[in-house]
Design a protein around this ligand. Structure first.
Ligand code: AHG
Ligand code: MN
Ligand code: MN
Ligand code: MN
Length: 335
């Protein structure tokens, strides 16, 4: 069959045997995410037509103003996963605490927990710029059938069994990994089917794009300032191009296709930067490594960090391997 004619459903069935614990549970879980993605995609696409733009008036635990679509996407993903009883627990950027998923008031027998950033780049919704959803899946560490605990969620990223994102862009794509490379599927909106459009995605070893919110320059550590100056210097293949959408999913997706580096460093006003280790950095780091790229906090590998809190933040440097290594060299000079 022509690779590009393969649907996500077919791909999942075909690759089920690859999964570490092949009971079909993980396949069902990815299928549920696929379904929720279509529902959210439908809402995002018509956002300008119905009253779902703008803020709700509430603040989430991150101290951010919740957008209506943050709440809507959060509810759709949680409902879809809960109704199917295919996970035992869910944690979300938009929820203060993790959620137990029970069946008929009993603990279910499922072994996976999901962590999600239901809507990434939500400040971009009102201006019709691409947003996304990020998900991360772990096998629980506590016994099956018992209530999930914080321990099940606070696992280092190396323990992820799957991770991915949906990008609601000029076309909608679902990109994910189960630890055997990264594959991208594009939604044909006319028939509601995702097709394998980007098999075995690879980060170019190096690139010429750097992505960072340079408005924060004066607050950045010296290593980051020096690396930015390096990117801008007229020498060899530089200056690089600056591209920053302000939606991690979109910035990552572009850099993975074209070659580049994304940075959200710590600053004098945010001691760990802004991005969340569990909902944003770990899943993106897993994807980056699976695509031959690299992800670090400027000094060490993201995936090896032991989380201590559900909503903790971490500095993030992610992208083409050689570019991240170069940024780390500058960071090391001022450690
Ligand atoms: P979210 O919308 O899920 O809260 O995430 C926003 C994140 C990320 O997507 C983006 O890269 C970053 O915030 C942008 O932050 P700045 O506006 O500070 O650059
Ligand atoms: Mn947010
Ligand atoms: Mn986000
Ligand atoms: Mn979000």
């Amino acid at each position: 069959m022509d690779k590009k004619n393969k649907t996500l459903g077919e791909f999942i069935i075909e690759h089920q045997a690859q999964f570490q614990y092949s009971s079909g549970e993980l396949s069902k879980l990815i299928n549920a995410i696929r379904l929720a993605a279509k529902v959210v995609n439908h809402e995002v696409n018509k956002a300008g037509l119905i009253d779902i733009l703008g803020a709700v008036g509430d603040t989430n635990i991150q101290g951010e103003e919740q957008q209506k679509l943050d709440v809507l996407a959060n509810n759709k993903f949680i409902q879809t996963l809960k109704n199917r009883e295919i996970v035992c627990g869910i944690a979300s950027e938009e929820e203060d605490h993790f959620i137990q998923v029970n069946s008929n008031n009993q603990q279910n027998q499922n072994k996976y927990v999901v962590l999600i950033d239901p809507l990434d780049g939500s400040s971009n919704i009102d201006v019709n710029v691409s947003v996304g959803t990020i998900f991360s899946i772990y096998r629980r560490v506590t016994p099956i059938g018992s209530p999930v605990t914080m321990e099940d969620f606070l696992q280092p990223g190396v323990n992820q069994v799957a991770a991915g994102y949906i990008i609601y862009g000029t076309s909608t794509m679902l990109v994910y990994t189960t630890g055997y490379g990264v594959n991208g599927f594009t939604l044909n909106p006319a028939i509601g089917t995702f097709y394998l459009s980007h098999p075995d995605m690879q980060y170019p070893e190096t690139g010429n794009i750097y992505s960072i919110n340079e408005g924060n320059y004066s607050h950045f550590p010296q290593g980051v300032k020096d690396y930015i100056k390096y990117c801008q210097k007229e020498e060899d293949d530089r200056p690089y191009t600056s591209r920053y959408i302000g939606s991690l999913v979109s910035d990552f997706h572009r850099n993975m296709i074209k070659g580049g580096i994304y940075m959200y460093p710590k600053s004098s006003v945010a001691s760990n930067g802004k991005l969340r280790l569990l909902y944003e950095c770990n899943p993106m780091a897993f994807l980056a490594e699976q695509a031959g790229g690299k992800a670090s906090d400027g000094f060490k590998r993201i995936l090896e960090i032991q989380p201590t809190e559900l909503h903790e933040r971490v500095p993030f440097f992610c992208g083409s391997r050689k570019m991240v290594e170069k940024a780390e060299e500058f960071m090391a000079l001022h450690a």
